[in-house]
Design a protein around this ligand. Structure first.
Ligand code: NAG
Ligand code: NAG
Length: 372
């Protein structure tokens, strides 16, 4: 099990994971010379015998990577993972149409149990224009939920079937990073997809426009697309504090959490390395940190209005954060009536272009009001 454990962690791609049994075989072949030497200890005999039995079993179970289809393979890998992931990742019993799904875009919303109204308004407004090759989940921690709220959530799930209910996570601000990681692991093992959009339940997305752009995006892989920041000094108190942050005196560049896009290979990297990842308090800071070492296309796009406070309304905004249900309906109605997002465009705060040639502390100067 240790061998499997180790290999599943170091093979970062979906193909890598599927090739796992082959990698095990190679390891087994490598240990053969030990069998030929004078048997020094019982341990050698046991490990050789164990490797032989494991190999035979795998042949019997026909997990030949060339033959099993992706769903059979991920089924098996999934079981391995369940054994050695932290208990809070134990949501595999979730009843959805997952494994058969093959979609272009997955949308993951981090949502709080009580935010039924926000979820419904999103369902009635921009999600109502979701394409058939798109799948969405509202991710909610349902550990230790009150009986009333649990009943409400269960009937919501029965009605819409679009929630990822995490039994082992007690929902709170502090659980956002766990919820994000659990979602990425879940989506990796249960859905075949090209891109993932992470949103909050107060995010408005011009979904048709975004969908069109994604179809033509020049980076099909290694994509990390959103509105980047990195200059903030880590806080020591308050809801966004990062008491454990020691990597640098600012954060590392990360796309702000109101909405960002990852290509599926990036999600694979995170899902298959999940147990090694340090969970910081903020999910977006965590994601930027997990991906900091990778050679990615970090695309800073000012049409992602995804900061802690909206910069205003601009018809070009693909994603806009911190929207009340009223604002969502307004934007939806405006788009219906005029094909424009905003009844009136305005800017309450300047935006910036990210400067990738300087350290994060100097990345982001708000000195140009012509930037949306
Ligand atoms: C919520 O309801 C479901 C289904 O009725 C049940 O399986 C689960 O244990 C309940 N959870 C809590 C925290 O009461
Ligand atoms: C804004 O600041 C950046 C970085 O300091 C500088 O390169 C740029 O010319 C400035 N733009 C304006 C309009 O002042």
């Amino acid at each position: 099990m240790l061998v499997l454990d180790h290999l599943s962690a170091v093979l970062p791609t979906k193909t890598g994971v599927v090739l796992l049994p082959q990698a095990v075989m190679m390891r087994r072949a490598g240990s053969l010379p030990l069998c030929r030497r004078p048997l020094r200890s019982v341990v050698y005999i046991l490990s050789c015998a164990g490797a032989f039995i494991l190999g035979s079993l795998m042949t019997l179970m026909s997990v030949d990577p060339m033959r099993c289809d992706i769903h059979q393979c991920t089924e098996k890998i999934k079981r391995i993972d369940v054994e050695d992931t932290n208990s809070w990742l134990g949501m595999w019993g979730h009843n959805n149409k997952g494994p058969e799904k093959n979609v272009f875009l997955v949308i993951v919303f981090l949502s709080a149990p009580v935010n039924l109204e926000q979820r419904n308004v999103i369902r009635q407004t921009w999600l109502s224009e979701e394409k058939s090759d798109t799948l969405h989940f509202f991710v909610v921690g349902v550990g230790s939920l009150s009986e009333d709220l649990n009943t409400t959530i269960q009937s919501e799930q029965k009605r819409f079937g679009d929630m990822l209910l995490l039994n082992n996570i007690i929902d709170s601000y502090q659980a956002l990073t766990k919820k994000l990681l659990a979602s990425l692991v879940y989506v990796h093992y249960n859905v075949k997809f090209r891109f993932l959009l992470k949103c909050d339940d107060d995010t408005y997305v011009q979904i048709s426009q975004l969908h069109r752009e994604l179809k033509g995006v020049p980076y099909k892989q290694r994509l990390y697309w959103g509105f980047f920041d990195g200059r903030a000094t880590p806080r020591k108190t308050g809801p966004w504090k990062e008491a454990d942050w020691v990597l640098c005196d600012s954060y590392l560049p990360y796309a702000l959490g109101g909405g960002y896009i990852l290509s599926s290979d990036v999600v694979t990297f995170i899902a298959t390395n999940s147990k090694y990842l340090k969970l910081y308090n903020n999910e977006d800071v965590s994601l930027g940190t997990w991906l900091a070492a990778l050679d990615l296309h970090r695309v800073h796009d000012t049409r992602f209005d995804t900061e802690y406070k909206s910069r205003g309304c601009n018809n070009d905004y693909l994603v806009t954060h911190k929207q009340s249900t009223l604002h969502m309906r307004e934007k939806f109605n405006s788009l219906k009536a005029t094909s424009l997002l905003c009844r009136e465009q305005f800017q309450v705060r300047k935006s910036y272009k990210y400067n990738w040639n300087v350290p994060p502390s100097q990345c982001c100067v708000r000195n140009d009001s012509s930037i949306p």
